[in-house]
Design a protein around this ligand. Structure first.
Ligand code: GDD
Ligand code: MG
Length: 346
């Protein structure tokens, strides 16, 4: 079985982090994000993976090449103009004679994909959607199932009052198993949306279309700053299972500094005496000076946090300079190369 990872969006909601770094390689606990998806696919025996791009493709291809180091076969497909989620699938899976796994390129999950593929086959489905439960369905694709698990409604980003009327909390988790029959619903070279066009059409045509609700596993769309930070912290705290995090090696941590057990530091970091790091991720080459405090935060590579600065519940981009005694607080997202003067508060 082949997989297509849809990674052609611009990542606008993750700005400023995605100005220089395309969303698929945004680091999550110091690993480019898509590696977590590749691992989930690989565990299910899906190793032929096409990454569907339309934005900064060279940066991404350069990262993994043919995928040999990850133990998979990667190919890259770049649309001349964005074709939408469904059009991109047709472009990437054209001519494919077996089922394809299609994955939204911003989903962090520890699902057992093999089990979903198994149920898809047992039910002889043409399409299977993975679903998860959320409180507020209005940011997602709301999916209603009948008692047999058949999809009877797909409504993308419903208005809150519309969603309330329907009254279900199951949403599209962005992972589909699709038989080649679905390709015909996305005419070659045309822009098509899975969410607003193809899924409703599958329902209309009465094709065997099922939902598979994931009840126990972790699931998050990391496409907003808040969920991006949360996903990092959830990996640190062990809420997401099955991924090994790199050990803290190759950094210089002063005797008088304190780094808790869950924090992860990439190589070449320096932590000076009196500094404290709690539940945080530091990218390669980060310098934390005397008595600085970093808590529940993600710091990208080569940033310097000067003496006495405090960073809490925030994301700080690459090569920033946070001045002495500056304070960066809840929800702050600093883009690459941000310079904060001493004592600044954000
Ligand atoms: N190749 C390609 N071409 N990829 C695209 C295109 C395109 O034209 N447009 C979007 N994508 C990719 C994005 O990069 C992203 O990985 C994925 O498709 C989904 O797009 P988002 O922009 O992140 O959509 P969303 O988060 O608002 O909603 C989608 O995901 C939700 C789950 O997180 C929908 O599929 C919802 O139904 C779903 O609930
Ligand atoms: Mg998304």
């Amino acid at each position: 079985m082949k997989a297509v990872i849809l990674a052609g969006g611009k990542g606008t909601r993750l700005r400023p982090l995605t100005i220089y770094t395309p969303k698929p390689i945004v680091p999550v606990v110091n690993r480019p994000f898509l590696e977590y998806q590749i691992e989930v696919l690989k565990r299910a025996g899906v190793t032929d993976i096409a990454i569907s791009l339309s934005y900064q493709p060279d940066k991404i291809e350069h990262f993994w090449g043919d995928g040999a180091e990850l133990g998979v076969r990667l190919s890259y497909l770049t649309e001349a103009i964005p074709l939408g989620t469904g059009g991109a699938y047709r472009f990437a899976a054209d001519g494919c004679e077996t089922a394809t796994v299609v994955v939204n390129g911003d989903i962090l999950t520890d699902i057992d994909l093999a089990e979903i593929i198994r149920t898809h086959k047992e039910r002889k489905a043409i399409a299977t959607l993975t679903l998860t439960r959320v409180e507020d369905t209005s940011r997602y694709g709301l999916v209603e199932l009948d008692p047999e698990g058949k999809v009877v409604r797909f409504l993308e980003k419903p208005k809150p009052e519309e969603a309330a009327k329907i009254g279900v909390n199951t949403i599209n988790a962005g992972i589909y198993i699709l038989e080649p029959e679905v390709l015909a619903l996305a005419p070659k070279g045309e822009n098509r949306s899975f969410e607003t066009q193809i899924m409703p059409e599958i329902i209309e045509r009465g094709m065997p279309f099922f939902g598979h609700v994931i009840e126990q596993n972790y699931w998050s769309d990391i496409g907003t700053p808040a969920t991006y930070l949360e996903a990092n912290l959830d990996l640190l705290s062990g809420k997401i299972r099955g991924f090994e995090l790199a050990e803290n090696t190759g950094s210089e941590i002063a005797a008088g500094a304190s780094v808790d057990d869950v924090s992860r530091l990439a190589e070449d970091c320096t932590v000076k005496p009196g500094a404290e790091i709690r539940s945080s991720v530091l990218g390669r080459g980060v310098l934390v000076e005397e008595r600085a405090v970093i808590e529940n935060s993600v710091i990208w590579p080569h940033t310097r946090i000067a003496a006495g600065a405090v960073i809490r519940d925030a994301v700080v981009g690459r090569s920033c300079h946070i001045g002495r005694h500056a304070s960066v607080g809840k929800g702050a997202i600093l883009g690459d190369k941000t310079q904060l003067t001493d004592y600044t508060r954000v």
